[in-house]
Design a protein around this ligand. Structure first.
Ligand SMILES: [Zn+2]
Length: 122
């Protein structure tokens, strides 16, 4: 039987998962539009006539998509850990992740120290 906290975290993670999937779907939808120039030519949007801004935009969307997919993996992995009872532990050092951090980022896989270390290593 889940504790109320576990149930609340799961609910938040599931909402996060759904939202992230929807954002990725929306990006894919847009990517398809951008990939069919014939259809775009019929659109009355004059700003699309120039290719350069489009490429920059496309680049930004790809970066965003990668971020969203990483987030989706983290959210799903957090849901899995919730089932296994290992939720809230840092994947790198095994120490508990602080409750404040988990409140801000329920899908966090690393404690604040390991996260900082990883970001410095990049
Ligand atoms: Zn850690």
């Amino acid at each position: 039987m889940d504790s109320p906290e576990t149930a609340a975290v799961r609910e938040r993670l599931l909402a996060d998962e759904q939202q992230t999937v929807e954002q990725i779907d929306a990006l894919d939808e847009r990517a398809r539009e951008l990939q069919s120039p014939d259809e775009v030519a019929f659109s009355s949007d004059a700003s699309r006539a120039d290719d350069a801004p489009l490429a920059v935009e496309r680049e930004k969307e790809l970066a965003l998509r990668r971020t969203l997919q990483q987030r989706l993996r983290d959210v799903r992995s957090a849901l899995g850990k919730l089932e296994q009872g290992t939720y809230g532990r840092c994947e790198a050092c095994g120490q508990p992740i602080s409750p404040q951090r988990l409140r801000a980022q329920p899908h966090a896989a690393l404690c604040i120290n390991c996260q900082a270390k990883m970001e410095r290593a990049r």
